[in-house]
Structures are given as C-alpha cells and as structure tokens.
Design a binder for this molecule. Structure first.
Ligand code: ZN
Length: 617
C-alpha cells in the first residue's frame, strides 16, 4: 500500500517538473502547412536541444479518426484546422490538447480503414511531415536549404531555353506580320504568391510551404554579418551586381520578423549591409562593397544562421567526408548524398552547368570515397579542390546539365547533404525561327578516311547515314541545310570549314562516332571550342543525353579542327562508342538513329529559335 502511494506521488512530482520547467527546451510548433497536392502536412518549429520528438498514434471510430499526440510540444497558435481535398483524409485539426504535460494533438478525419493506414509521419528534429496517403514516394520538403525557383537570374527570357521539350513546335517567321497565335507561349512566368498572414492562424494552402524561415535578428561582428532566425534557412545562389558593386543573397520562403530589421548597417571595413523583404516570400541581404563579389554566404549546420563574410575561415571542428551515394530515380532525376562525420559549414553556388559547394571545415577528402558512387544522368563526377589560404576548406564542383533544377537538403545534425537534380522536362514548347535559317551538317570522315572501324562497321558510313537523316529532319521544319558531303567521298578538314565559312550559316554540326581501346566504355560527348559555340553545345548535349539511354560523358571543349576554324557557332557530337559492342549494335538500329536525329535536330531548332528571339529583341 505504502509503496503504491509512493509511486503515484513520485509520478505526479515528475509530471509537474516536466510541465513547469522542461518546456522551454522542447518542441515549439510555429507553423503548419499543407502542400499543393494536399498530400503532405508539414509541422515546423524549434527544438533547440534536438531532443527526440515523441509521438503516439491511436484510432477512434464514428467518425473514423487517426490521432497523433506529440509530447513535450507547444502550439504557438491556438487552434488550426483545414478541410482537405484528399482522397484519404477530409479534414485535419491541430490543437493544444493539454498543458500539463504539454501535448499537441493532431486529428485526421479519414474516409475508411485503408485511408487511416496510409497516414505516415516522418519525424525530424524540428519538424514532422505527415504523408496523407499518396502511393508514390513523396519528396520530403522539410529540410531543403536550396531550392531553385523560377525567378533565378539565369532565366530572363520569357521562353525557357534550358528546358527539354519532348514535343517541339517550330514556327517559321517569313517576315509577314505575326499573328497573336504564332507568338510563343509564356512558358516561364513566376507568379508571386500572397504574403503569409501574420500569426499563422489558418493553415495556408499554397504551392510551396511559406515562410519556412523567420529572421529574428541581424548582427555584425567586425566584418561579418550574422543573420539569425527560426526555422530552416534556404538560400538562392548568391550573385553579384555592379554599379555600385553589390553582393546579393536571397533567402526564399523567408520573412523578416520585425520591420526595424530592415535597415542599413555599416561594417568596420566600410561596406554597407541592407536586409529586407525582396518580395512576399523572399528576404534579401545586400552588401554594398568596394571588393566585388568577395563575400561568402555560409550556412550553419543547423540551417538557422547565415553568416556573410569575406574570410574563408570558420572556427569549427574539422569534418571528414565518409560516404558518397547516388540514387537514380529515373532518366530525368536523381539524388546525390554526401555524408560527413561532423557537422559542416557550407555555401552553395549554382551556375547553368555547375553546382559548387564550399565547405569551410572539411579535411581533404579521400579520392576513393569521392569517386565511389554510381553515375547517373545527372551526377557524373565530383571534383574537390582546396580553398586557397585555408587548412580545412574544400570546394566540390559538380557538373550538371543546363536544364537541371537543383534542390539541396541538409539533415538537421548538419552531417548529411543531399543534392536533388531534376531536369526541366516539358511536354510542349514553341520556337520561332527565321525563314532562310541555314545549318551546315558535316558527316565525319569519308572516302579513304574510314574513321573508327569495328567488326566491318565504319564510322564514315554511320556518320553519313545520321547526317542525311538529320538533314531531312531539319528540312521538315523549314531549315536550309548544306551538307559538307552527301556521299562517300574524301574531304579534308580544311575544306569542311571552308564550305561553312563561305556560306556563313547559323550553325555548324559535325557528326562523329567515338572509339576507345577499352570496349566497356560507352556514352555521349559534345565538343565546342570557340565561345560563340557553347550555347549550341549545351542545348544539343542536353537533348542528346536526355533522349538516349547511354552515359553522359559530358559537354567538353577540345581544339578539333572543324570547331576551331569554322566561324559559325560550331559543335562536334560523338553520338556513341563504336568500340562498345552493345552500343555499336544499337547505333545501327533505326530506333537509336531516329532518337539521335531527333535529339540533335530539336537541340539545333531550340538554339536557332533562341538566337532569333535574342536578335529580334
Ligand atoms: Zn570521328
């Protein structure tokens, strides 16, 4: 009897302790949001000590409800509910169920038992996402720190030429007055969403999760700017503007908590910093500097602090790269996961054809670990170079296709970074090309020059066959095509360039088949050399690699004669390896040839349309 009483008293005492003192350390829920598919509910908050969030689940009937209780959790807004348009769950209600102890209760109203079973939570250190029964793998938005949006400074044209269109519409502009219908559709306009309501009383239903990060404070420490906030910071690739010289960091899905943070601060080196809302969803920090582009935007391991500084030095324990892993999702998307033994401090920069990750506390990585992942269409290699003047600073360069959009996630312990690349694949695209547009097609080798030979298959025959088919393809779209050779004849490299230089076409494309001493090597390569040729190379290579199921061996530069001495934008494509038995066989099939011709042809057409649009502006 005594023992029993003692136990009750003891439990009561513990509960009291928890409810009065433990709360400040636990999970404070700041926002709830539902994504546009209405299949994911995201609960975000702060959890300063990264304690494990505890959840329990039970089911009640009539009406059928799945209930999750979150322990040691506080809801900063009183009550939330939303009616959903979801086949499994009709309504969600969230409320503070009790305060002694602190329990937040989430109630899902379900259609049937099957629906109830499908609700699955993913618990992270400061968020919980509930998948409400989508059968497909849901991409977890909860921790991305970099997400390319459509307002990226790379994409200024109203037609997105980095896209890959499975179906390309070509309109030939014959100089007559254009009708409305012939104009290309506005394929890439970013629509600003409404500002998030202060207080988060209503669960916002939006295309993206709004205000994932709230800037609480900005401070300067000597020449450093430290932006502190709650939630998960995400940054767009920093960029520089001139006159005056400015270093700009955009923070999408972020808001500035107090208007008095929107002010100009002068650093000890004389540079000026401004923080403010760029639009309803984006906070922007601008450093006006006399030292152009010399700042870094460094994300802390918990993704709550952004430090903007010139120095490449961060005082933090040295981390090691422990694993690199790739996950291929399909031809158009894959993930690359980088794992570290200690939390990393890093910056992200993305250009059209590269992602650069700057790690400020990383030891020189082991070459074996760095190279030890399966290549995907999106991830081919990582090169690591030390940051000059640092002992433990490394830059990872990852080449990417120009059409690829990047999302980067950081695990809350700061030890795992995932890069997700998805090609910008669209079904339908429209380009306008000018009447009289001319392309020179150069079938590699010929006559006494056989090119590479394997098993009675000659490069010169395959290149001629492909070039003729490519001519026919382009002519269908009104392009004037000149062939350097249209039969099996010997032709010098010099003559090939001369033919092009005499007519001065809009593009020059030389078609080749690769070979190597090792028969296991296969894949696609595109070469350019003169600067005016790079865009053509990027677009055609993008089309080739996304259309043909063979490894992407990269867009490269090489001083091949025909792309060095031809004045027009000129590229050389290597559309496969004759030395690889499988690829050799495949390249002789009409299926592979058709794919190759369409890929090169559509790439050329898109490029021609892009050039014409730029001219007519
Ligand atoms: Zn060749």
């Amino acid at each position: 009897m005594n023992l029993s009483w003692g136990r009750i008293f003891f439990s009561f005492f513990i509960c009291l302790m928890l409810s009065t003192t433990a709360f400040a350390e636990s999970f404070s829920i700041k926002s709830l949001s539902i994504d546009s598919t209405q299949k994911n509910l995201l609960i975000q908050g702060t959890n300063p000590n990264y304690q494990n969030i505890k959840l329990s689940r039970h089911v009640l009937s009539s009406p059928l409800r799945v209930i999750y209780d979150i322990y040691d959790a506080k809801l900063l807004n009183p009550k939330n509910s939303a009616v959903l348009n979801n086949p499994n769950v009709t309504e969600v209600r969230v409320a503070q169920f009790s305060t002694a102890p602190y329990v937040v209760r989430i109630v899902f109203y379900c259609k049937d038992d099957e629906s109830a079973k499908r609700i699955t939570p993913t618990v992270k250190s400061n968020s919980i996402s509930f998948n409400l029964g989508s059968e497909k793998d849901n991409y977890d938005h909860s921790f991305f720190i970099f997400k390319e949006d459509q307002t990226s400074p790379d994409i200024q044209s109203n037609v997105d030429y980095t896209a890959f269109y499975t179906n390309l519409n070509v309109i030939v502009d014959d100089g007559k007055k254009k009708t409305e219908a012939s104009k290309p559709q506005n394929l890439h306009v970013a629509k600003p969403s409404a500002a998030p309501e202060p207080g988060w009383i209503q669960i916002p239903i939006s295309e993206e999760f709004l205000a994932r990060y709230t800037i609480m404070d900005i401070e300067t420490i000597q020449d450093k700017i430290v932006i502190k906030g709650k939630g998960i910071i995400s940054v767009a690739s920093p960029f520089v503007l001139s006159a005056p010289n400015r270093f700009v960091v955009d923070m999408p899905f972020s808001r500035v908590q107090k208007p008095d943070l929107n002010k100009t601060i002068t650093l000890s080196n004389g540079d000026k910093v401004r923080l403010g809302a760029f639009d309803a969803q984006t906070a922007r920090a601008v450093v006006e500097t006399s030292n152009f582009g010399a700042y870094n935007a460094i994300i802390s391991p918990n993704a709550e602090t952004l430090t903007i500084q010139k120095s490449n030095i961060v005082n933090a324990p040295v981390s090691n790269l422990t694993e690199v892993q790739s996950i291929n999702q399909n031809n158009y998307s894959s993930k690359l996961i980088l794992k570290f033994d200690k939390a990393i401090h890093h910056s992200i920069y993305k250009t059209k054809d590269e992602i650069k990750l700057k790690f400020y506390n990383l030891a020189t990585p082991n070459e074996q670990i760095l190279a030890n992942f399966d290549q995907t269409k999106q991830f081919r290699k990582i090169t690591s170079t030390p940051i000059e003047g640092t002992k433990n600073g490394q830059i990872f360069s990852i080449p990417i296709n120009p059409s690829a959009k990047a999302t980067i996630e950081l695990k809350p312990d700061g030890k795992e970074l995932t890069i997700f690349l998805k090609e910008n694949v669209q079904k339908q695209g429209t380009v306008i090309i000018k009447k009289g547009t001319t392309v020179v097609i150069d079938a590699g080798h010929g006559g006494s020059d056989y090119g590479a030979i394997r098993d009675d298959v000659n490069e010169k025959d395959l290149t001629l066959e492909l070039s003729q088919k490519l001519r026919d393809y382009l002519q269908k779209y009104g392009v004037k095509v000149i062939m350097t050779r249209d039969k099996d004849e010997t032709l010098s490299l010099q003559r090939r360039s001369e033919i092009s230089n005499e007519i001065n076409p809009n593009a020059f494309v030389s078609v080749h088949i690769n070979s190597f001493t090792r028969s296991d090597v296969k894949g696609l390569e595109t070469y350019w050399y003169q600067p005016q040729s790079k865009a053509l190379g990027q677009i055609v290579h993008n089309y080739l690699t996304l259309s043909i199921d063979s490894p992407d061996r990269g867009l490269q530069t090489a001083r091949f004669y025909v792309i060095n001495h031809t004045n027009a934008p000129s590229i050389l494509v290597e559309v496969g390896y004759i030395s690889n038995p499988d690829e050799r066989k495949e390249m002789q099939t009409s299926k592979r040839q058709k794919k190759t011709v369409k890929a090169i042809g559509d790439g050329i057409l898109l490029y021609l349309g892009m050039m014409y649009e730029q001219q007519s502006k």
